[in-house]
Design a protein. Sequence first.
Length: 137
Amino acid sequence: MKTNFKELRISTTKRRELIDITDEVCATVKESGIEEGICVVYSMHSTSAIIINEPERGLMEDILTKIDDDFPRERDWLHNRIDDNADSHLAGAFLGPSLVIPVKNRSPCLGTWQSVFFLELDGPRSGRRVIIEVLGV
Ligand code: ZN
């Protein structure tokens, strides 16, 4: 089995923001030389998430609006007593820090309308760390 490990550093400019990392995922799979296996995309932060969806401007805004609706910042969350970002942790916990994408023919198996996003939930931040690891043969 072969592996290829890459760490991305991402800077964000808004509190909540979707950053398209599809090109980096595809490049990491391609340079790995791995024909068939899996690709893990993993964020090393508890106030972020990794998601796959369509890179359409309106939909990307809708996703952020849905997160605001489901995890309201102004509610009296207990974590806000020590750190004013409970809503960001909650969204991160329920959306999850990672995804696994199948790899075939040196490409991630992404559909026509699927892109991979880093989802910032408590920005702006510099130096967000996202790991892309490809494993296979
Ligand atoms: Zn916190």
